[in-house]
Design a protein around this ligand. Structure first.
Ligand SMILES: Nc1ncnc2c1ncn2[C@@H]1O[C@H](COP(=O)(O)OS(=O)(=O)O)[C@@H](OP(=O)(O)O)[C@H]1O
Ligand SMILES: Nc1ncnc2c1ncn2[C@@H]1O[C@H](COP(=O)(O)OP(=O)(O)O)[C@@H](O)[C@H]1O
Length: 202
């Protein structure tokens, strides 16, 4: 669905590939998905630090932050979550076109929304990272005390409580964050990127 008519797509004169060559590395999105409290932000930021240290040009888009600005008009109904993820997907694509590595940390609870975002990218550019953590453990951590509020009925449509989370079926990476330390999770992701030749050996 689009309301934009009479608009023409402009090819940029500098291609994504030229930017990649200048940066000395590929560009792609590490798309984290998982329940609130599963560790998306913590692990995404730790990966970001490691990539930065390795000289990789990257940026983190985080759920809470984007909802303060670009998506502050959106709530947590199914429709708003779908629109939230659609916009983030488009932003992530711009980052990848600009030659950067972008790490996103959104619950992104609906499989169809994540699959739709995947279609925006070329093969290998969309790396889905499922932060797989049992609801009980997320609820035990409850870093923002949101589960307590959701259980009391003070927050409606809370993911895992009264709003669904659809786990990915074929994610590129699964992080069992209840069984690994943050550093081990980072190592697993870096190892994956090395295998894909996205990070060169030192
Ligand atoms: N109802 C409800 N359900 C889930 N989460 C809620 C809700 N209300 C507020 N929050 C806070 O918003 C963060 C999730 O935002 P996202 O943009 O990642 O959500 S979504 O992808 O559109 O589902 C989420 O952040 P994380 O805990 O980092 O996942 C919460 O802090
Ligand atoms: N192995 C782990 N990986 C990620 N987070 C962990 C891990 N073990 C404990 N935690 C804690 O769990 C909480 C996860 O919160 P957060 O990263 O904000 O999750 P999310 O972004 O998915 O809501 C943090 O307080 C973090 O310190």
């Amino acid at each position: 669905m689009t309301n934009s008519t009479n608009v023409t797509w402009h090819e940029t004169t500098i291609a994504k590939e030229d930017r990649r060559v200048q940066n000395g590395h590929g560009s792609y999105v590490l798309w984290f998905t998982g329940l609130s409290g599963s560790g998306k932000s913590t692990i995404a930021n730790a990966v970001s630090n490691e990539l930065f240290r390795l000289g990789i040009n990257e940026y983190v888009l985080d759920g809470d932050n984007i909802r303060h600005g670009l998506n502050k008009d959106l709530g947590f109904s199914d429709e708003d979550r779908t629109e939230n993820i659609r916009r983030i997907g488009e932003v992530a694509k711009l980052f990848v076109d600009s030659g950067k590595v972008v790490t996103t940390a959104f619950i992104s609870p609906f499989r169809s929304d994540r699959d739709q975002v995947r279609t925006l990218f070329e093969k290998g550019e969309f790396i889905e990272v499922f932060v797989d953590c049992p609801l009980e453990e997320c609820e035990r951590r409850d870093p923002k005390q949101l589960y307590v509020k959701a259980r009391r009925g003070e927050i409606k449509d809370f993911t895992g409580i009264d709003s669904p989370y659809e786990a990915p079926e074929r994610p590129e990476i699964v992080i069992k964050s209840d069984q690994l330390s943050v550093q081990e999770a980072v190592n697993q992701i870096i190892q994956y990127l090395r295998k894909q030749d996205e990070i060169q050996e030192d």
